[in-house]
Structure formats: C-alpha cells, structure tokens
Ligand binder design. Structure first.
Ligand code: NAD
Length: 491
C-alpha cells in the first residue's frame, strides 16, 4: 500500500503591522510572500495587515497597491480582491506618540473582527534608526497584547560595527526579549542553504569526512554581476565587508563549520552556531593584511567604474570586493582554511560552496588536481556536484577528473518557497532557527571590526583602486591569497 504523506498546513492567526508599508521591501518582497502564504492556506480568514507609513493613502488605494505587487501571482480577480480586503492603511509618523493610540485602536478593532487572539507581528521594514523608537512606543502605548504573542521582525543592516549593533540591540531588548526578536538574514531562507545541515548531519559519508582530518579547505563565493545600481548612497558607507560578509557569508560559514548540534532542536542548533561564531579567529592588523584582500571594480566594455557611478565619491576607497581566509577554531575545523569571496561586477551572479577534500596519496596519480570536491550550488542553479577521479575509458590505465551532478528539477524548484515566505511562516510558527541570534551578531561584529579597523588604519594611495575589471572574479591578489597556501579557487 502506498503511504501518502500529507503536509499539514495549519492556518495561522495574526495581525501584521508593517512599518514602512509603502516602501520597496514591502511591495517587492513582503506582500508577495504574504500572498503565497495565503494561497498555500497558511493564512486564510483569520489574518489582517496594517500598513503604516507617512503618506496619506486610503485603504482603497493601499489595496490597489497590494494587488499590483501580486500581479501575475493570483488565479482570479476575486482571489486577489479577497486577499487585499485583509489590508488596512494607517498614515503614521513613527516619531509621533499620538499616532500609536490610533494604531492601537485600529489593531484592537481588527483583532476582534478577524478573531486574531491578540497575536501580533511587527515588521520593521524601515531604516534601523527608527527601530528603538518604534519598539518603545509599541510597549508604552499598549500595542503589545497580554493575550497573544508579540514578535518583532528586524531587517538588516543590524548596526555598522559592534558598538552600534550593541546599542541597537540594547534598545530593542528593553521592549522585546530575544525569543520575540526575529532578525532577518534572507540567505537563511534559501533552499540550498537550509540543505547544508541536512547534507552534513544526515549522511554518514559526509559526517565521517566533514572535519579537519579530511577537508583541505572550504570556499564560499557570493558573486554579483551587477554594479552598485541605485544603492550608491548606502553602499559608500557600507562596502562589501559590511554588506555581505558580516551577515550572509558568515551565516553560511557557520553552517559549514559548526560542530554537530546535540539535537535538531532550535535551541541546540542555535547553540552550535553561536559556538562557531565564537570560535572565529579574530585577527591582529598584521594578520588582516595577510589574510584579507579588498578590491574595487574599474570600468568594463559597457559599464562605468565604481567611482563613476551615481552618488559615489570620485576618489572613493570603498571596497566592492572582499576575499579572505578565515579560521574557525573549533573541534571539527581548527586549522582548515575557509576562503570567502564576494563582490560586485564579477563574472556571474552566483552563490556556491566548494568543499575540497584531502587526497594526499592517489595510487594512480589522480591528475593535476587530485582532490575530490563537493560543490553545493545555492544560486542560481540548485544542486550538488562531486568531482571524482575515474579511469579514462579505454585500453590505457590512466585517471581523469570526472564530475557527477545532481540538480533540483524545474518542478521541484517551482515548489520552493521564496526566502521571505519561508521566514515569515517561521515567525508565525515561533520558530527562530533561521534567524540571527544576538550572540551570533555579537561575535560576527567582533570579527568584522578587526578587519575594518585594520583597513581604516592602512594608508593606501588613491590609485590603489580600481584593481579589478568588470566581468572578472576580482583582483589578482585574491588568487594569490590561496596560492601562498598551495590552494586555488575551484571556480
Ligand atoms: P524604502 O525607503 O523604500 O521604504 C522606507 C519606508 O519607511 C517607506 O514606507 C517610508 O514611507 C517609511 N518611512 C520613512 N520615514 C518614516 C517616518 N518617520 N514615519 C513613518 N514612516 C516612515 O526602504 P526599503 O528598501 O523598503 O527598506 C526598508 C528596510 O529594509 C531598510 O532598513 C533596508 O536596509 C532593509 N532592506 C531592504 C531590502 C530591499 O530589498 N528593499 C532588502 C534588505 C533589507
């Protein structure tokens, strides 16, 4: 008899209050994610959304905006209209205390109308400088109910160094405890990122080999083909190190290098991750210069150089590329070089991990690169490749590199929820495993500050940049970083 396993889709009850409800993030990501949850039956009748921002929109206008943001996703106009009917707009300046009274009255009314049990999710889709003020007023003006849960979702960037992140966290934690605070890193919502733990801990072959005895090095690449686009103002003050390494890259590194958690519980997984961040070796300035490389893109055939982009200083010293060698000093990985690389205007948009295994004594030579490599393709292809040495077909006995690969099918990819959809459902279910704990952030900033400070102290001539051309994998120094250890980038 065939057993059919059915996914239980439990309907969730909640009121969402989205601060920054007219913004880009809300329209491009949050409303489509909520619609998918509605379409899949996680949200049905008992939910409502209040969008707040300064603009004086009406409910009708707001609902038209909602319909536009889910254009092409709905099955019928009636479905789109029903979904949008759950949305309410409240014009609100987050600094104005009186507005919270009106917001509370609306929230209480919707709670009753939709029977929401007092459950509220506050999505702070705004500049972080407002996070403290909003959290404070949510508490002081009684928006957080006694009856249900009150969870706050916070977008990146969370601080720009350890000190500012701590101040922000101290402010928010006065009003929301750690268990109610969900810090988004949308990379943790990606299918193949979530797959890393399954691969490592549920397969004997990888559990046995995933350690310092067998891994030669680990490589993480997050490359973008685009330049800075219209984000110049923000990017000039951030750079690739803060924009990509502190969050997405370090999160992926932690999943790749963490010791085995005691169990699959949220608590044990988080604990294992926190220990990994703690085990990241913090470099001295001298070690930073040896182990980290920065770059900035020059012009390409059709693209302008970073320094010629809108809102960029013509002598800008902001890095658009970072490569580095990290050390995670824990039981599994101490001594294994973890190479990371990210940048703009590189060869292609891609996220991948290469695990290079030691193969010190191949009997038949094993070719020029005898190492076995497991590649985890995270974006845009989703799947795995394994590089093996096999016998060349024919009379002669010689080996050659052979790649075996697995790709998720189009049908499987079509079923994958978008990262925001998955993460919002996690918040509804109170599952924080795919969110960044404050302790992870604390140690990641400690690690990052050491690099940033060493770079800021280093006097570089203005013509140090640009040092890589558009459409390449970064400056030559990035290749040399590996070569000095006898390694090379697999891609
Ligand atoms: P945005 O500028 O498009 O939207 C900001 C929103 O805040 C608008 O709705 C605006 O009306 C509102 N706002 C500003 N000042 C206000 C005030 N005093 N009172 C009430 N409302 C006010 O920004 P965004 O791109 O949507 O980004 C929002 C946050 O999400 C930022 O922290 C950003 O770094 C982060 N983020 C955005 C994206 C993205 O794809 N857009 C991705 C990751 C993180």
């Amino acid at each position: 008899m065939k057993v059919v396993l059915k996914v239980i889709r439990e309907e969730q009850r909640a009121l969402f209050i989205i601060f920054g409800g007219t913004g880009d993030l809300a329209q491009r990501k949050l409303y489509p994610a909520l619609f998918n949850l509605y379409k899949r039956g996680y949200l049905k009748k008992n939910f409502a959304v209040i969008g707040t921002a300064r603009r004086p929109w009406t409910n009708d206008y707001y609902r038209d905006v909602i319909k536009c943001s889910i254009d092409g996703m709905f099955d019928s106009q009636a479905q789109a209209t029903d979904f949008a009917s759950h949305f309410y707009y409240h014009s609100h300046n987050v600094n104005d205390k009186q507005h919270y009274e009106e917001l509370k009255a609306l929230a209480d009314k919707l709670d009753e109308k939709y029977d929401l049990g007092g459950n509220r999710i506050y999505y702070l889709a705004m500049s972080p400088r407002f996070f403290g003020t909003i959290s404070q007023y949510l508490r002081s003006e009684g928006l957080v109910t006694e009856r249900g849960y009150g969870r706050v979702i916070i977008e990146k960037p969370f601080g720009r160094d350890y000190q500012s992140a701590k101040e922000l966290n101290d402010e928010i934690s006065r009003y929301f405890d750690e268990d109610s605070t969900f810090r988004i890193d949308h990379y943790l919502g990606k299918e193949m990122v979530q797959n890393i733990m399954a691969l490592r801990f549920d397969n004997g072959i990888w559990s046995a080999l995933w350690n310092k005895e067998h891994i030669k090095n680990i490589q993480v690449t997050l490359s973008e083909a685009l330049g800075v686009e219209e984000r110049g103002g923000y990017y000039e003050t951030a750079g690739a190190l803060r924009d990509m390494v502190q969050n997405h890259i370090l999160q992926i590194v932690s999943l790749l290098t963490m010791d085995r958690p005691k169990s699959a519980s949220e608590k044990d997984i988080r604990q294992a991750k926190v220990e990994t961040f703690k085990a990241l070796k913090v470099y001295s300035p001298e070690e930073v210069y040896q182990n980290f490389v920065r770059g900035q893109y020059g012009e390409g055939e059709e693209q302008v150089a970073y320094r010629e982009e809108a809102m960029i200083d013509p002598d800008s010293m902001t890095e658009t590329f970072v490569a580095g060698k990290l050390e995670v000093q824990n039981k599994s990985m101490a001594g294994v070089p973890v190479y990371i690389r990210t940048g703009k205007r590189m060869t292609a948009k891609m996220t991948r991990v290469d695990i290079v295994f030691k193969n010190e004594a191949p009997l038949f030579g094993g070719g020029i690169e005898p190492e076995n490599v497991l590649t985890i393709n995270i974006d845009p292809d989703l799947g795995l490749d394994l590089r093996l040495n096999m016998k060349k077909v024919g009379q002669e006995f010689a080996t050659k590199k052979t790649k075996i690969g697995y790709r998720l099918s189009k049908e499987q990819v079509a079923k994958i929820p978008e990262a925001y959809e998955r993460l919002i459902l996690n918040v509804l279910q109170g599952n924080a495993v795919n969110f960044t704990h404050w302790d992870e952030l604390k140690y990641s900033w400690r690690f990052l500050d050491a690099i940033r400070n060493a770079w800021d102290e280093q006097e570089l001539p203005v013509d140090f940049f640009p040092n890589y051309a558009c459409g390449t994998m970064g400056p030559q120094a990035s290749a040399e970083l590996l070569e000095k250890n006898g390694d090379h980038w697999i891609y």
